[in-house]
Design a protein around this ligand. Sequence first.
Ligand SMILES: [Mg+2]
Ligand SMILES: [Zn+2]
Length: 219
Amino acid sequence: MRALLIACDFDGTITRRDTLHVIVEAFGTRGIWAALEPRLRTGEITVEEAMEQEFGEVRASREEVLAAVRERAPIRAGFPELVDWSEARGHRVVVVSNGFRTVIDAVLGDAGLGRLEVASHEASFSPDGCRLSWSDRGERCSLCGRRCKRYEIERRLRGERLVYLGDGISDRCAVGMADVAFARDGLAEHLRERGVPFLPFEDFHEVRRTLESMARDAA
Ligand SMILES: [Mg+2]
Ligand SMILES: [Zn+2]
């Protein structure tokens, strides 16, 4: 089988819950996103600006944040096994996230996966409020008008087949690049409504078995 680039979203995909939601729920100000929503809808502020305001209210140390994430956002079963399987067959796994490096590194490190390549943004947590820094995702994407995950995937693809796994709004544009798409939750609904084929999944054991059987069919 041709080598695979397996691009995987982090929040709500590798983890069972979105760590950003967990962090805001534990340490942020209730209702702030709803209060920002009208200005977001009219385009008065960007999603990034809304997130900066939301996380500015998150008053907690990095240690407190990581403790809450570890307790409330465990990883979905089978992810380490999928990574092992991929590495043994010469496939590459890359985590492509709109979340924060500090959090992702801690969760992956706990799972023995600190070696994984990660493309994400970053957050600096403090009891005085959290500051976000956005990674460089080049020019606005010509398809979605945002600095989206396509940029991170395009610069990593070296002729492999692309497998994409995700669950949310930030995956909608990038999943369109995939040769094989796995989706859950909102992303699954979005693709279903548009008649775009995808494979639903509950855990990564299922994903691995599907990729294994594809490899067998291709042999
Ligand atoms: Mg997600
Ligand atoms: Zn895009």
